[in-house]
Write a protein that binds this ligand. Structure first.
Ligand code: HGY
Ligand code: MN
Ligand code: MN
Length: 411
């Protein structure tokens, strides 16, 4: 019998519910930001569950956590499957964690099927996919794939000036029994299950999305410097109000990025005003820009307009635009997509090809091995919010497809 037969919907739902209690928010969501105490607790929980199945844990220098089901050929590069355990500050119960626990469920199903895989299967939880505490996101997978330097990544700080290196040392302390593994070992394939984070599968009555690729994304930080002054005594002529300059920049950028088709995605999600005191003219503003487009040429051209637009609206202030990440659109290889499609067909699950407009760790694995993604529906497309929801049966369907794809790749 195929591995998917052994996928247990209830067990998967129970594990997801247990993870959702770690960092649970009052409104039914999750706050489990990268390298927080909650993130560490989730990782410990995963390692404990792995022990019950005899899986071997390991962690690499950037904090990616792996659980290995050893294959018969111990020298062969493993197949990897997973996603991330970190969340947005007001995140949902499924973004990321579903991919990790679907991989766990798939491995448990493969074990139950009695088939010993030829190559090892590593379940992986990538470090800091979301990029809310430490920017940019997908740090773990980018360092693993050699797209980002380890030292520069360890030096990134959060808003309290805590570095990735410091925060990682604390997580490492709580996982001190987990052995270290070399960074960026060879991988034979990667498959990531994830919620769609859009409404299309649900609207079309489909259960599985065969992900065709991921749209491109560029991220920036903008620093606007003015000068603090008294709100009552300083004249308009004297003021160098960083907030007013930053607002002018954001409005001009939003106008420039606006397209009638609503394909360009432009977001300023962080906007920090200093000193943020009611009677002080703002001295500085830091804000983030997240820009996405499926056409890499358009993404490049639009992203290159950001700095000139900011400079044109700086007025008496100064501005510095720094690009944090630049990732072009990508297509997953057709043979990998066919594995997902054929597994869905055999399981009689309604499916279609779909482009991911959200980013995922699979982006970086795509650069080092044949990669694929499996989507399951997101109710009303809600995500990066506390009301994120996918039914247990849809989650189990995604895990079944994953179990059969992993068996094909590893057995
Ligand atoms: O930003 C993204 O697309 C992902 O959810 N981290
Ligand atoms: Mn995610
Ligand atoms: Mn996310």
């Amino acid at each position: 019998m195929s591995a998917s037969t052994y996928v247990d919907e209830k067990r998967l739902a129970q594990r997801l519910a247990a993870m959702a209690r770690i960092g649970a928010t009052e409104n039914g969501g999750v706050n489990r930001q990268a390298l927080s105490a909650e993130d560490a607790a989730a990782q410990r929980q995963l390692v404990q569950w792995g022990e019950t199945l005899g899986l071997k844990p390991s962690i690499d220098a950037i904090g990616n956590l792996f659980l290995r089901l050893e294959g018969a050929d111990t020298g062969a590069p493993p197949v990897l499957s997973g996603s991330h355990l970190d969340s947005q500050p007001t995140g949902g119960k499924f973004d990321g964690v579903f991919g990790v626990l679907a991989a766990f469920e798939a491995v448990e199903a493969i074990l139950a099927s009695g088939v010993k895989p030829r190559v090892s299967i590593d379940i992986v939880a990538w470090m800091n996919e979301e990029g809310s505490r430490f920017a940019p996101g997908m740090m773990g997978s980018a360092v693993f794939a050699g797209n980002r330097a380890l030292d520069a990544t360890l030096a990134v700080v959060d808003k309290h000036n805590v570095s990735v290196k410091q925060a990682l040392a604390e997580v490492r302390e709580s996982l001190r029994d987990v052995p270290e593994r070399a960074l960026g070992e060879r991988v034979s394939a990667y498959v990531e299950a994830h919620i769609e984070q859009g409404p299309h599968l649900e609207n079309e009555g489909l259960t599985i999305g065969v992900v065709s690729g991921i749209q491109g994304k560029r991220t920036f930080t903008v620093r606007v410097d003015g000068e603090a002054a008294h709100a009552g005594t300083s004249t308009r002529a004297e003021r160098r109000d960083a907030l007013l300059a930053a607002i002018a920049m954001v409005q001009a950028l939003a106008d420039a990025m606006r397209d009638d088709e609503d394909i360009v995605k432009f977001t300023v999600g962080r906007f920090d005003v200093k000193p943020s005191a009611p009677s002080v003219v703002p001295s500085s503003v830091d804000f983030s820009i997240d820009l996405r487009h499926p056409d890499s040429d358009v993404l490049l051209a639009l992203g290159d307009r950001i700095a000139p637009i900011c400079e044109a609206h700086a007025g008496v202030c100064t501005v510095r635009v720094t690009e944090l990440s630049s990732a072009m659109s990508l297509d997953f290889p057709e043979p990998m997509r066919a594995l997902v499609r054929n597994a869905a067909l055999r399981l009689d699950l309604r499916h279609r090809d779909i482009l991911s407009t959200a980013g995922h760790d699979a982006r970086y694995l795509h650069y080092v091995c044949p990669s694929a993604m499996i989507f399951v529906p997101s109710h009303l497309g809600r995500t990066h919010c506390e009301t994120e929801y996918t039914s247990s049966s849809d989650l189990a369907a995604g895990a079944r497809v994953l179990a059969d794809v992993l068996s094909e790749l590893a057995v």
